[in-house]
Design a protein around this ligand. Structure first.
Ligand SMILES: NC(=O)c1ccc[n+]([C@@H]2O[C@H](COP(=O)([O-])OP(=O)(O)OC[C@H]3O[C@@H](n4cnc5c(N)ncnc54)[C@H](O)[C@@H]3O)[C@@H](O)[C@H]2O)c1
Length: 258
């Protein structure tokens, strides 16, 4: 699962799973363009990954919800990389609201970043990967897109849309040797920590039984580097060349054992 010679874009790369994915790819020898809206943290994360090597990461700004931004950033990235072999696309946002309380503003924001962002980045990647003779697109779904999510209604609906899109894109682009899969993670990151910080003690007690207790491997979210990084390397590598259209839980058993 060496990635030396691979040319990869990673979105949401300033923190969390995106930053861990950049580290994993650079450690495996890839040339990475990392992208985010959070430029200060994104530049720092790319520099830290490059310092470890043996590959390298360079940072570019992108707003994945904005077509012009995606078009310009992917064009610049591919010019630097000399082609495109893989896209890892963790960039997303989460806002909490019940089915009764969710606002139009939050609904539209969640669908703009999480769903339109997936479509725009995947379309751009498809264009450049076709020119490169194929590639791997790794989207990010969620257990929230598979089950009712009483306190995160729009996020749940948006992740369900990401799952459907992943299947459709995999079906459409297999002829171009482009595979499209989605990771469904349960990994400890700032997004996961912020959800705990926002919640009341009662909500966190309920969230433990809903989210953490079903994780057979330790009743705790996984580590971004040790538990997710190697999976991201596998899906960017040729070792996963016959896997497409799949929703892959990386969650210690949470999705299946609940
Ligand atoms: N943490 C979990 O256990 C968990 C569970 C299920 C699904 N997920 C999904 O996994 C993915 C990664 O989650 P994470 O926990 O690392 O999240 P995170 O919040 O820690 O990181 C997300 C990154 O995306 C960036 N981002 C947000 N909006 C953007 C935009 N418009 N354009 C470009 N970048 C943008 C943020 O700045 C941030 O750096 C997300 O798709 C999330 O929905 C996470």
């Amino acid at each position: 699962m060496e990635l030396s010679g691979k040319r990869i874009i990673v979105t949401g790369a300033a923190r969390g799973m995106g930053a861990a994915t950049v580290r994993a790819y650079v450690k495996a020898g890839a040339h990475v363009i990392s992208m985010d809206v959070n430029d200060d943290a994104g530049i720092k994360a790319a520099a830290e990954a490059t310092a470890i090597g043996p590959g390298k990461a360079e940072y570019l700004h992108v707003d994945v919800a904005d077509k012009d931004s995606v078009t310009a950033s992917f064009k610049a990235a591919v010019e630097t990389l000399g082609g495109l072999d893989a896209l890892a696309h963790p960039a997303a946002i989460q806002r909490m609201a019940s089915a009764s309380d969710v606002t139009v503003e939050d609904w539209d924001l969640m669908f703009a970043v999480n769903v339109r962002g997936t479509m725009l980045t995947n379309q751009a990647a498809h264009q450049y990967m076709t020119e490169s003779g194929g590639g791997s697109i790794i989207n990010f779904g969620s257990i929230s897109g598979l089950r009712p999510e009483p306190s995160a209604s729009a996020y749940s609906a948006a992740k369900g849309a990401v799952h459907s899109w992943t299947r459709t894109a995999a079906g459409a682009w297999g002829k171009d040797a482009i595979r499209v899969n989605a990771i469904l993670p349960a990994i400890q990151t700032p997004m996961a920590a912020e959800a705990i910080a926002r919640a009341t003690p009662e909500q966190n007690e309920a969230a433990y039984w809903r989210n953490r207790e079903p994780i057979a491997l330790g009743q705790a979210y996984g580590d971004p580097d040790d538990d997710l990084g190697p999976v991201m390397v596998f899906f960017a590598s040729d070792a996963s060349r016959f896997i497409t259209g799949q929703l892959i839980p990386v969650d210690g058993g949470q999705t299946s054992i609940r």
